[in-house]
Design a protein around this ligand. Structure first.
Ligand code: NAD
Length: 279
């Protein structure tokens, strides 16, 4: 009989992470769930049990992450699937955002996931199996959105290191997938999740307009369902060879196609310059 698979999900107190954890537990998986406040995990999902381990973790703290993974291994004996989900959107143009605002977004979205990967890989490498899902965004594939440059840069970083990770770990029987969600109806664009610039500059009209549209119109009306995203992640985890790139949502599909077309157009249009540089 196959033993119960153990998932580790970061940022599980709300949104996509929360939906995924609930669904995993309904489907007889075991889950290590992390959040900045363990009380919110217990309130939302439940207390420690044979199948559930809620842990308070600050993903930006390498030591904290290491301890959490050790606790997960001590509780369940293994971890099979890792979902680097914790993250937030920082709105603001490159000029508006302070060094601190930009770095904080990278700390959580990029270095937080790196902390998890660094500390979980010793276990996956030794057990010679495992799957890692790194949640990027369609903004990690196409960055042409005024006022979203730093957030997109964090998600491009996630995509970049996931491609490398997939190559590094495949010899150990471990897969790595970068997930590019389109707009999903979570708290992502709500107060308390998304951050706006501390010092906005009104002259950046396109960015201000985009900020307003996201906060007032898109929030709550996103076209994609987190329950269905959770179903897809569970289904993909059962594939023999999970993909390196996974798009989620019609909007993500369209944006990815658009990006591929734009890239191909530039590649071909400027080809003579591109090919002119050899010795
Ligand atoms: P959400 O705001 O509902 O949930 C985000 C989760 O990340 C929460 O559990 C939160 O506690 C955690 N988190 C946020 N800031 C954190 C911090 N500073 N330190 C540690 N944890 C933190 O949003 P969501 O939509 O569920 O987001 C999940 C992931 O999906 C994020 O990485 C987000 O960038 C990505 N994403 C979301 C969408 C969308 O439309 N919802 C689209 C593309 C990508």
């Amino acid at each position: 009989m196959e033993t119960r698979k153990v998932w580790l999900v970061t940022g599980a107190s709300k949104g996509l992470g929360h939906t995924l954890v609930k669904k995993l537990l309904q489907n007889n998986y075991a889950v290590v769930a992390t959040s900045r406040r363990v009380a919110s995990l217990i309130e939302e999902i439940g207390n420690t049990s044979e199948v559930f381990l809620p842990i308070e973790v600050n993903v930006t703290d390498d030591h904290d992450v290491k301890k959490a993974i050790e606790k997960g291994i001590a509780h369940f004996g293994k971890i099979d699937v890792v979902v680097n989900n914790a993250g937030y959107g920082q709105i603001g143009t490159l000029e508006e955002l302070s060094d601190e605002e930009a770095r904080e977004n990278f700390d959580v979205n990029v270095f937080g996931s790196l902390n998890v990967i660094r500390n979980v890989m010793p276990y996956l490498r030794h057990q010679k199996s495992g799957a890692i899902f790194n949640i990027s965004s369609v903004g990690g594939l196409f960055g042409g959105f005024a006022g979203w440059g730093i957030y997109c840069a964090t998600k491009f970083a996630v995509a970049g290191f996931t491609e490398a990770l997939a190559e590094e770990v495949k010899a150990f029987g471990v897969s790595a997938t970068v997930v590019y969600p389109g707009y999903f109806r979570t708290d992502f664009l709500a107060n308390g999740s998304v951050k706006t610039p501390a010092s906005a500059i009104q002259e950046y009209e396109a960015a201000r307009e985009s900020e307003k549209t996201h906060l007032n119109n898109i929030s709550g009306n996103q076209p994609n369902d987190p329950e269905k995203a959770a179903d897809v992640l569970i289904a993909i985890s059962k594939e023999d060879t999970p993909p390196v790139h996974l798009l989620l949502g019609t909007d993500a599909y369209d944006m990815a196609k658009n990006k591929a077309d734009l890239l191909n157009k530039d590649i071909e249009q400027w080809k003579s310059y591109t090919l002119s540089t050899a010795f």
